[in-house]
Design a protein around this ligand. Structure first.
Ligand SMILES: Nc1ncnc2c1ncn2[C@@H]1O[C@H](COP(=O)(O)OP(=O)(O)O)[C@@H](O)[C@H]1O
Ligand SMILES: [Mg+2]
Length: 237
């Protein structure tokens, strides 16, 4: 059984069809890249999966549970973590407090939430920032902070929306290392990314959207040699 199954999802905003008949799966333990030009419908797809904005029609399954129509909190409770394309870091709170916000979903007490948050900061190599205001961290560090907060809900599937955008090559490598560590913990990753050098080498599967439609789905090698994909990216230049 697939971990995530997206079946014939349509998402319409008035006359605009942002997702048109999208189907794909994510297997347990895998990294899947969701790529495509700006406006292709990638963030809309994430919002459908994580309960922020349900599909107009179509179904989404996490293992044998139908999740389309669930609230964001229900989706988090059953194992879907996410980061946001536009960072939602609480800049005046410390890094530790930011992660504790996520940890409170599962932990009852403050001490337990604090312990979990510190472990997660260490896991994303931000342990030294625990008591620093999040607003004092670099963009790259704040993205990893958002990843730590998403991990605090103990997800089976982690959705990451452009966590590598605007990072320098060293920062991309640090972020890729964290993604691989997450995968090695048994957490599947569905990653929206424009930085193809970041996602292509580590993904098991790449799904490509263009103008709301899925135009390719396969191994990174096959997808990057697909004429439809090449045309979509050249058209984006
Ligand atoms: N809440 C919304 N209301 C109306 N249109 C939206 C909304 N969210 C996204 N869209 C539109 O849907 C299309 C896909 O957007 P989005 O999913 O953000 O693309 P991507 O993440 O691939 O860049 C765009 O044309 C965008 O303007
Ligand atoms: Mg987007």
């Amino acid at each position: 059984m697939s971990l995530l199954r997206v079946e014939n999802v349509y998402k319409k905003f008035g006359g605009l069809t942002a997702n048109q008949d999208i189907s794909f799966t994510v297997q347990a333990g895998e990294i899947v890249g969701l790529i495509g030009p700006n406006g292709a419908g990638k963030t809309t797809m994430f919002n459908c999966i994580a309960g922020y904005s349900p599909p107009t029609t179509g179904d989404i399954w996490l293992e044998d549970l139908k999740i389309s129509g669930m609230s964001p909190e229900q989706c988090a409770r059953i194992g879907i973590g996410r980061t946001f394309q536009v960072a939602r870091t609480f800049t005046s709170m410390t890094a530790l407090e930011n992660v504790m916000v996520g940890a409170f979903l599962n932990e009852r007490g403050v001490a337990a939430a604090r312990r979990t948050a510190q472990e997660l900061l260490d896991f994303v190599n931000l342990g030294r920032f625990a008591d620093k205001p999040a607003g004092s961290m670099t963009i790259s560090e704040q993205r990893r902070l958002a990843v730590a907060r998403a991990l605090a809900v103990k997800p089976k599937l982690l959705l990451m929306d452009e966590v590598m955008a605007g990072l320098n090559p060293t920062e991309v490598r640090e972020t890729v290392d964290v993604v691989l560590k997450i995968r090695d913990q048994g957490i599947s990753c569905l990653i929206v990314e424009h930085v193809l050098e970041g996602i292509m080498p580590i993904a098991n599967q790449i799904v490509v959207l263009d103008y709301g439609k899925k135009i390719a789905d396969g191994s990174p090698h096959d997808v990057s040699n697909d004429p439809h994909v090449i045309a979509a990216y050249l058209g984006d230049e």
